[in-house]
Design a protein around this ligand. Structure first.
Ligand code: SF4
Length: 427
């Protein structure tokens, strides 16, 4: 949207109170993200009072998912654009007659290398989208309802965008999709060669990026070839972002996940036997309909036994039109909260213990700038700390510029973050 708008003559400003047009790009996936999106829309609508803000645009998944009535529910907003029409944003909001109409022609627009793009991240990192939509049908998930079936970009298109980003100063690429391991499945059906292994190998060989971090891998798609590739390549962080959701067979079945707990354990064992220092990040859902105390305890035992490096936990969110929304045994919010808090408490101890084993070690980090906590610290991240979702590495000794890659020695470790000092200013 930034690329298309700026190509049409719009200018970007940092401070929303200076803007005459504001686009809120929304998420509509679970209740918490919907609430966050609506709060942001209402907060931005306040800026109309000063007379500076003329157009408030609601774009993205919330708009797409609730296209029937979102314009009635949010009279504060002027334009509504779904998740498949963002490339037309400039033409849409230029016309007064498009106000309050809503544009939802397609659920997905598959960008290509010719789609104008402005990197909205800091200059040294970027997200690289390789596909849209998802072909799986996890019973709790609204994503296929909103974004439709899997559509993969061509390997040439992805690699050429990656090269352009790197030529513009990007050192850290974060490869995103709803499920990395399904990449190319739809292209193969049309006789076009593409696979997760091949796209990652090509990005590693051709992009020139310092780190290429893959996010969202469905466990049954992590095969020996992929593990071997990640093991061998220096520019592929040994970081496996693998949402597991649960470990109990019955719950996994009700979630329509295509695996058993035993399979999950074997996959983790396989990764760890090949790459002993691999960092495994995952997320679980607690309070899924019908989850018994016993099934939940099985999950806790697994968390304690497998000691995964990074764990996120969601309380099950009831979503209309999903399969799980129709299941018996919906669980009370209080119970979900208790399960969530208990699991995270156990995981905090595990994370702290794991992080403390890094004290005294030297690692490479990329500098994000002065810390938001205090300007006496720099904030940086290692290859194993993805932006926005993992902890950070604070630096309290030495100087560096934003975007520099430096070597640091870990001097202290907390539940999620490290404290360090620079030992080598340039890597
Ligand atoms: S694989 Fe991920 S995006 Fe696809 S249906 Fe399952 S949870 Fe949703």
């Amino acid at each position: 949207m930034l690329g298309t708008l700026m190509q049409s003559g719009y200018q970007a400003v940092e401070d929303p109170s200076l803007a005459d047009t504001i686009v809120v790009n929304t998420c509509g996936f679970i209740n918490e993200s919907k609430e966050e999106s609506i709060d942001k829309i209402l907060e931005m609508a306040e800026l109309k009072k000063s007379g500076q803000l003329k157009k408030l645009v609601v774009a993205g998944c919330l708009s797409q998912r609730y296209k029937e009535d979102i314009n009635k529910g949010l009279p504060e907003a002027d334009y509504f654009i779904g998740s498949g029409d963002f490339q037309n944003i400039a033409q849409i909001i230029d016309k007064e007659e498009n106000k309050k109409k809503g544009f939802y022609d397609k659920s997905t627009f598959l960008q290509n290398e010719a789609t104008p793009r402005i990197n909205s991240e800091p200059f040294y990192r970027a997200y690289l989208k390789i596909s849209e939509g998802c072909k799986k049908r996890c019973a709790f998930c609204a994503i296929p309802l909103i974004r439709g079936n899997l559509q993969s970009r061509t390997m040439d298109g992805v690699v050429s965008e990656a090269k352009l980003l790197v030529a513009g100063g990007v050192k850290e690429l974060n490869v995103v999709s709803h499920d990395f391991t399904d990449y190319g499945w739809d292209l193969n059906k049309k006789g076009i060669q593409a696979s997760p292994y091949e796209i990652l190998k090509r990005l590693s060989d051709e992009s020139g990026a310092h780190w290429i971090r893959v996010l969202y891998m469905y466990p049954d798609g992590i095969d020996d070839r992929l593990i071997q590739l990640i093991k061998e390549r220096e520019n592929l962080p040994k970081y496996f972002d693998m949402p597991l959701q649960h470990i109990n067979d019955e719950v996994l079945k009700r979630m329509n996940r295509r695996m058993t707990g035993d399979f999950v354990k074997k996959t983790i064992d396989k990764i760890r036997s090949q790459i002993p220092d691999a960092v495994i990040r995952t997320q679980f859902i607690v309070g899924y309909p019908g989850e018994t105390d016993k099934q939940y305890e099985e999950l806790l035992d697994f968390v304690e036994e497998y000691k995964l490096d990074r764990v996120g936990c969601f309380k099950y969110s009831f979503e209309e039109e999903t399969k799980s929304g129709k299941l018996d045994g919906q669980i009370e919010d209080e119970v979900k909260q208790e399960r969530h808090d208990q699991l995270m408490e156990i995981q905090n101890d595990i994370s702290r213990e794991k992080n403390q084993s890094y004290i005294g070690k030297e690692i490479e980090v990329i500098v994000d700038g002065v810390s938001e906590e205090t300007d006496l610290l720099l904030e940086a991240r290692s290859a194993h700390q993805a932006p926005g979702i993992d902890g950070v590495t604070y630096i309290n000794s030495g100087t560096a510029e934003i975007g520099d890659l430096v070597r640091v020695k870990i001097t202290d470790a907390h539940d999620y973050d490290f404290v360090s000092e620079i030992v080598q200013p340039e890597v």
